[in-house]
Design a binder for this molecule. Structure first.
Ligand code: AMP
Length: 217
């Protein structure tokens, strides 16, 4: 299955994308994670992406597209993939379409997670991430058992720089202007499925699996 997770920051693309990847046994490719890792390791890519991430701006298409297309050529993507956070602009979507066409492949579908913007601000500003393994928590909705520590690996939990309220509001605006047009783009191609995503995680996941024909029998 070749799936795209679409939706504003905080809609649950990472959470649902990770669960889907495990269930479908395909890689979960999250561009935000790739960039954060590169910044952490201070690689050439990290150096180029850092200021965009900090401000909540999009990394230029020319940088992002190359990284993703290279990743999609790895052998683990042969059985499919879940793209999370890519594409984010029409140009990125066109580049992906061109690449898949060349490979004689097609997207299976695009999963749009739809959530009210005010819920997103609450979700994002309360989000905490494990510095060690990347697991995510929420200070109210999904608190760790021990404050500030990851349940899975004991790593330190921190707030992403771009999850501070002012940057969150800016990221939501960037999403509105640059990424929202992708709804129409994929709707016209008959690929879009919309899911109300302000519901509990397991409920959203079950609805997606049902739509993919993988629901409980
Ligand atoms: P995310 O974790 O998906 O919210 O992404 C965090 C940040 O990484 C974004 O605010 C952008 O700065 C950058 N980023 C991630 N994916 C993309 C993309 N497809 N195009 C441009 N910038 C991206």
């Amino acid at each position: 299955m070749r799936l795209i997770m679409l939706g504003p920051p905080g809609a649950g693309k990472g959470t649902q994308g990770g669960m889907l990847a495990r269930a479908l046994q395909v890689p979960h490719i999250a561009t935000g994670d790739i960039f954060r890792q590169a910044v952490k390791e201070a690689t050439e890519l990290g150096r180029r992406a850092k200021s965009y991430l900090e401000k909540g701006e999009l990394v230029p298409d020319g940088i992002v597209v190359g990284i993703v297309l290279e990743r999609l050529q790895k052998s683990d993507c042969e059985k499919g993939f879940i793209l999370d956070g890519f594409p984010r602009t029409v140009q990125q979507a066109e580049a992906l379409e061109g690449f898949l066409h060349q490979e004689g492949k097609e997207l299976t579908g695009v999963i749009l997670l739809d959530v009210d913007p005010e819920v997103l601000v609450e979700r994002l500003t309360g989000r905490r991430v494990c510095r060690q393994c990347g697991a995510t928590y929420h200070i109210r909705n999904m608190p760790p058992q021990r404050e500030g520590r990851c349940d899975k690996c004991g790593g330190e939990l921190y707030q992403r720089e771009d999850d501070r309220e002012e940057t969150v509001r800016h990221r939501l605006q960037v999403h509105e202007s640059q990424t929202r047009p992708l709804r129409d783009y994929y709707e016209k191609r008959g690929l879009l499925s919309v899911f109300a995503a302000a519901r509990p995680i397991e409920e959203v996941f079950a609805a997606i699996m049902e739509q993919l024909g993988r629901g409980r029998q």
